[in-house]
Design a protein around this ligand. Structure first.
Ligand SMILES: [Fe+2]
Ligand SMILES: [Fe+2]
Length: 368
């Protein structure tokens, strides 16, 4: 039988955990989650989660389910369909256009998709093992699939056919003086992608021609991969600051950096997107190595984070993930995904459910 995390009195859980490790409450109570992690080694916990930890894990599970849904669509048409990531049968012209960014794109798309499946599956199983409630968004799988040959015809949670892709992460990670946590703003790498609604997968086989059109669709995907994964890269450290239990912290600290590994890969590949203008809608992918682009802010091989300001302007510059501010991080992620166009076509109930999960996660505070 499941224990209800809501019925646990605040503070009671971590004190019980400490007693279980043989530490006196007084000696351990002043330590944060990291300090307690060193003492709380051994078996995984089966204690009920604090309501805050459960809310953070539930929001992350929802985010991972949504991520999985979009990656699944990319994999059906542009990745490798196999027993690890089943579904779909590929779109050869879309794959050929994606491979202009890197010959291994289908493999990377496959691997990223598989990772996302494991993220939400693990978080849901972990939630249940600690008396929490797994997240299930199946009732919202109502958005249409691409009609292109190769895609499954099933209800989707995300819409990859009307994206407005924010590519400001490109310059944000190259800036040596700005940090979004200080309110700084950054220019996009591909201005056109933030000024319309564009498909990142072929909507039907009509989108497979002319060559420049399907290349622009593949390029849109290439930049969108980076947009999604930099979001995950920030989300985990942002929320980790408000968890209470050392083991929950371990979960966040172990999954979060895989998002950064994805992001780094996609950052590199997006830089290979061929210069092209879509003849059907005018969307232009410029050369990022030539004027008016180029230089430190755009040069395509500068894919590692430049050091920048962190915490206080007077501190030495540091190479860091950015943003990582914890206040409102979950709702910030919902807003970013919504602005991306991923949820176009969803009902009010969907947005209400997502906001409820984000509000609960953002209300979580660490319990000593
Ligand atoms: Fe993920
Ligand atoms: Fe991810």
């Amino acid at each position: 039988m499941r224990k209800s995390f809501e019925s646990a009195p605040v503070g009671a859980i971590s004190r019980r955990s400490l007693l279980a490790t043989g530490l006196a409450v007084g000696a351990g109570a002043g330590l944060g989650p990291l300090g307690r992690a060193a003492a709380a080694f051994g078996d995984t916990s089966s204690e009920a989660l604090t309501s805050g930890d459960a809310a953070i894990l539930r929001f992350l599970s929802a985010a991972e389910i949504l991520e999985t849904d979009l990656w699944q669509q990319y994999n059906e048409l542009g990745g490798i369909q196999d027993s690890e990531v089943p579904g779909g049968s590929g779109s050869p012209r879309y794959v050929a256009a994606l491979r202009k960014l890197d010959l291994d794109m289908p493999q990377y798309i496959h691997d990223n998709t598989e990772d996302e499946f494991t993220h939400f599956t693990f978080i849901n199983a972990y939630l249940e093992s600690r008396g929490g409630e797994a997240v299930n968004l199946d009732r919202f799988r109502t958005l249409p699939s691409s009609k292109a040959t190769g895609a499954q015809q099933i209800g989707r949670l995300t819409n990859l056919m009307e994206l407005t892709v924010d590519t400001t992460w490109w310059t944000r990670y190259r800036s040596r003086t700005g940090n979004p946590d200080f309110g700084d703003k950054f220019p996009p790498a591909v201005p056109g992608l933030s000024e319309g609604r564009f498909p990142a997968i072929p909507r039907s086989d009509k989108d497979l021609k002319p060559r420049e059109h399907i290349q622009a669709i593949a390029n849109t995907a290439g930049f969108h991969f980076g947009t999604i994964e930099q979001g995950g890269t920030s989300l985990y450290p942002s929320l980790a600051q408000r968890v209470s239990d050392p083991e929950v912290l371990r979960v966040l600290l172990s999954i979060g950096p895989t998002e950064a590994m994805h992001f780094q890969t996609w950052h590199d590949k997006a830089g290979n997107a061929p210069e092209v203008t879509d003849p059907t809608n005018g969307l232009a992918f410029p050369s990022l190595n030539a004027p008016p682009f180029g230089g430190e802010d755009f040069q395509t091989n500068l894919i590692m984070p430049e050091p920048t300001i962190f915490l206080k302007r007077r501190f030495p510059a540091c190479s860091i993930i950015r943003p990582t501010k914890t206040d409102g991080a979950a709702m910030g992620a919902v807003k970013a995904l919504t602005a991306d166009g991923l949820f176009i076509g969803h009902s009010k109930e969907f947005f209400d459910a997502l906001k409820e999960l984000a509000t609960a996660a953002d209300a979580a505070t660490p319990q000593a």
